[in-house]
Design a protein around this ligand. Structure first.
Ligand code: HEC
Ligand code: HEC
Ligand code: HEC
Ligand code: HEC
Ligand code: HEC
Length: 463
């Protein structure tokens, strides 16, 4: 009912009988009421549908509807206030005495509606926060954008149950708010399509690893030397093994790999390019003594514009999650677990070659290629093709410009320079001293590419 249609007396009377009219006889409050009620009804309906909260439905249910609810809630009193200010002083309007029956009714009404709103609003906020902390939101809300990381994340056995926020957002409210502010900016970038493809490694934007990784791991704990067995198939399907004893050590003893970088009193700092592919400058402070290493032709003045950082877990373990594979290793693994039959002659080489091509329909195209190559072994070829298509689709994401090697794993030195970006690099100190590079400082090599390493027989492991 438009204001003009009712005389001031009628308004006053009506408001006295039904308090809701006090809130609804101005356009702003009415919009508010419509927002609050429709958000609630729509939200209850979605709740009834029992959706998984994945994708855009999740954003609508847990973000947009609560936002509409709270905006609506704020508009109602704002409308009343505005209405009062605009109304002439002497108009009777809704003026009433606080001692009147109407005032009691109004207070009762406001009180009970507030209780309902607090319960609803609380549920909304709780669900929204819970949802936005969840893996479904992080991994699927933005579909193609996060799909590569979400896929690789689910495939990484050790951390596939760790929440995205446990590594990407530190604990506490301040970090949560900070992350949501970043998220809002990212949501805008996604709506406008202006985001980087591929997403750059967030090397200077990760939260302090003491609070993230440190919540579950301690480098203080001494790790015993760890046996690593790496299996490899040659182009003609011959299996060989490399056996390494990794000298992990620990921060407390200052020994081994962890001790050398994370030990007490040790601090390694570096300057790096944005992709962390090379370090023009590295310094190591140990027991108060600092050694500096520069790349040839570099000095302190040539470091402007580079990322300057203390070394952390993530400079070695940059893929604790989202571990993308390389064709060679992925095929080795599949041949080892039997999902690519080794009875197919030279399948190692053929499979790797096939993976390196581009496909729009991986399963069909790879199947037809392999069934042509292995016309006599169609069943085995089909099995191999299925596995290869799966490997392809979990590592190659054309829409995000992600392909083999886009996100290298720095834990090692064979697939990417990794440790050798510093060790064995041309970084040198003032006296020409280089960073340790003898093979034995990181691992004892017990066997290299042997068909049946004696050490494994001695240990009685059939690995
Ligand atoms: C075990 C820790 C961990 C978990 C759990 C985790 N991440 Fe990551 N994430 C990382 C690290 C480490 C990096 C790379 C940091 C670096 O390069 O220094 C990264 C990088 C990323 C990147 C940037 C692109 C890239 O691959 O470098 C995105 C996007 C991302 N993560 C999304 C997610 C999503 C979504 C989830 C949950 C489904 C998740 N992360 C769970 C540790 C984690
Ligand atoms: C919520 C707990 C949790 C968080 C946070 C976490 N991890 Fe883990 N991590 C685990 C568990 C559980 C395992 C598997 C059991 C084990 O080997 O100790 C594991 C295993 C590992 C391993 C050995 C196995 C492998 O996959 O290589 C490494 C290395 C590792 N984590 C590094 C990290 C790094 C780096 C971070 C921080 C970015 C991190 N973790 C954050 C729980 C966590
Ligand atoms: C200088 C590189 C480097 C840094 C820095 C580093 N690590 Fe490691 N870490 C390694 C290597 C190498 C291994 C052995 C991997 C293998 O071959 O199994 C390892 C092994 C581990 C393991 C498995 C231990 C086991 O007994 O199996 C965990 C867990 C781990 N690191 C966590 C961390 C955490 C947390 C941090 C940061 C506080 C960290 N690392 C810093 C290189 C590093
Ligand atoms: C950002 C540069 C950097 C990276 C990357 C790096 N290190 Fe180091 N590392 C150093 C520095 C600096 C030292 C101390 C100087 C030295 O011992 O020569 C060191 C020392 C060590 C030592 C002790 C050597 C000794 O003989 O005392 C080990 C073991 C080691 N690193 C292993 C690794 C492993 C394994 C990786 C890869 C997973 C790695 N480091 C990656 C910079 C790096
Ligand atoms: C700074 C430490 C460091 C030094 C120095 C080093 N390595 Fe390694 N090496 C590693 C790490 C870390 C891995 C990865 C282990 C893993 O996959 O868990 C590795 C893996 C390997 C592998 C296995 C490759 C594969 O198939 O995955 C071989 C072979 C190897 N190293 C040989 C050598 C030789 C030879 C030298 C001396 C020239 C050497 N390494 C020096 C740290 C080092």
């Amino acid at each position: 009912m438009p204001n003009q249609a009712n005389g001031p007396e009628q308004r006053g009377l009506a408001s006295r009988i039904l308090p809701i009219l006090l809130f609804s006889d101005n356009w702003l409050s009415r919009i508010g009421i419509v927002l609050v009620t429709s958000a609630t009804v729509f939200w209850l309906w979605m709740l009834g549908q029992g959706g998984s909260g994945a994708g855009y439905a999740g954003i609508l249910q847990f973000v947009l509807l609560p936002v509409a609810f709270f905006i609506g809630l704020a508009l109602i009193p704002a409308g009343v206030a505005l209405d009062r200010r605009q109304r002439p002083q002497d108009a009777p309007g809704v003026a009433f005495s606080w001692k009147s029956e109407a005032a009691k009714k109004l207070l009762l009404f406001v009180g009970s509606v507030t209780v309902i709103n607090v319960i609803l609003g609380g549920t909304f906020s709780y669900q929204a926060v819970h949802y936005m902390e969840g893996n479904e939101f992080c991994g699927t809300a933005c579909h193609s954008v996060m799909s590569p990381e979400f896929t690789a994340y689910k495939d990484t056995a050790t951390h596939s149950h760790v929440e995205c926020v446990a590594c990407h957002v530190g604990p506490g409210a301040a970090n949560f708010v900070q992350a949501k502010l970043n998220g809002t900016r990212q949501l805008l970038m996604i709506t406008t399509g202006k985001y980087a493809r591929p997403i750059p490694e967030p090397i200077d934007r990760m939260h302090d690893t003491k609070e993230t990784c440190g919540a579950c791991h301690s480098t203080g704990v001494e790790s015993p030397d760890k046996l690593r067995v790496l299996s490899k198939f040659s182009d003609d399907n011959q299996l060989t093994k490399t056996v390494l004893m990794m000298k992990i050590g620990g921060a407390k003893s200052g020994k081994g790999i962890h001790g050398a970088h994370m030990g007490g009193g040790v601090n390694i700092r570096y300057a790096s390019t944005a992709d962390r592919a090379s370090f023009p400058w590295v310094s190591r402070t140990k027991a108060g003594v600092t050694d500096e290493y520069f790349a040839p032709g570099k000095n302190k003045d040539s470091l402007a514009g580079l990322v300057l950082k203390d070394m952390s877990c993530l400079d070695c373990h940059n893929r604790p999650s989202h571990r993308f594979e390389l064709p060679d290793r992925a095929v080795d693994q599949a041949m080892l677990d039997g999902s690519i039959p080794t009875s197919l002659v030279s399948i190692k080489k053929n499979a790797v070659d096939l993976l390196k091509k581009e496909y729009s329909q991986p399963e069909q195209e790879i199947t037809s290629a392999l069934q042509n190559q292995y016309a006599q072994q169609k069943t085995e070829a089909a099995a191999a093709a299925k596995t290869l298509a799966a490997i392809y689709t979990r590592n190659v994401f054309p829409q995000m410009k992600i392909t083999w090697g886009t996100y290298p794993n720095h834990l090692g030195h064979t697939d990417s320079p990794g440790c050798f970006r510093c060790h064995g690099s041309d970084l040198a100190g003032a006296n020409g001293k280089q960073i340790a590079q003898d093979c034995g400082s990181c691992h004892q090599m017990l066997a290299v590419d042997e068909a049946s390493p004696k050490i494994l027989e001695d240990l009685g492991t059939g690995q």
